[in-house]
Ligand binder design. Structure first.
Ligand SMILES: NC(=O)c1ccc[n+]([C@@H]2O[C@H](COP(=O)([O-])OP(=O)(O)OC[C@H]3O[C@@H](n4cnc5c(N)ncnc54)[C@H](OP(=O)(O)O)[C@@H]3O)[C@@H](O)[C@H]2O)c1
Length: 177
């Protein structure tokens, strides 16, 4: 059983969160809205003890980090962290990576970058990949082309792609094109 931390796992990544819960892992979810995390928990009453929820805005980075430290006290070091963090959470994004890389030697981080809503170039890129080539992975959300037109990915396509990227552990994955 592994400890999987998912930041932003209640929206388009909900299926990702549920996948790891169903697999029987310890899952920590961080998002602002409690009822959306509770709704996920309610789906898996037999797994309730395996789910740690942190209702916290990541624009308050220290408070968000404290929540994650509590989850580590409960479930042990994070094995897999999936980060879906908007630009407003840049400070937290750097803080959580710094913390996990220095305190949990076995953590692999998968950072999800959106094609439009989040521009990776707008983040102050510390060279995570150079520093942690085996532990820092990036997942880019692309688009789908069908019958000559282009559309965004559906939530289930996004989650399927993320789960595959985690399983295959590639340093860079693109979902769609
Ligand atoms: N290339 C593509 O196809 C592509 C790329 C990007 C997005 N999209 C689409 O765009 C839609 C919207 O994406 P989205 O990111 O806005 O929504 P989302 O994934 O549905 O929600 C963002 C997640 O982050 C959490 N969150 C947001 N702000 C937070 C904060 N300040 N502190 C802590 N947690 C926070 C949210 O929970 P709380 O609100 O409870 O905090 C939620 O869990 C998605 O449904 C997706 O299909 C498509």
């Amino acid at each position: 059983m592994r400890h999987v931390l998912i930041i932003g796992g209640t929206g388009m990544l909900r299926d990702t969160s549920e996948y790891f819960i169903k697999k029987g892992h310890f899952v920590t979810l961080l998002a602002r809205t409690n009822y959306r995390m509770d709704a996920i928990k309610a789906e898996y009453p037999d797994k309730e003890k395996n789910i740690f929820t942190i209702s916290q805005d990541y624009t308050e980075p220290e408070k968000a980090l404290n929540g994650i430290k509590m989850s580590i006290d409960t479930f042990g070091p994070v094995d897999i962290a999936i980060l879906w963090i908007h630009t407003s959470g840049e400070e937290f994004s750097n803080l959580i990576k710094t913390f996990l890389f220095s305190h949990s030697p076995k953590t692999t981080i998968f950072q999800v970058w959106g094609s439009a809503s989040v521009n990776p170039k707008s983040f102050t890129q510390k060279n995570w990949k150079e520093k942690y080539p085996n532990r820092y992975k990036e997942i880019f959300l692309g688009y789908k082309r069908k019958n000559g037109s282009v559309r965004w990915l559906t939530n289930s396509e996004i989650s399927e792609g993320i789960i595959k990227a985690v399983q295959e552990n590639d340093s860079e994955s693109i979902i769609g094109r």
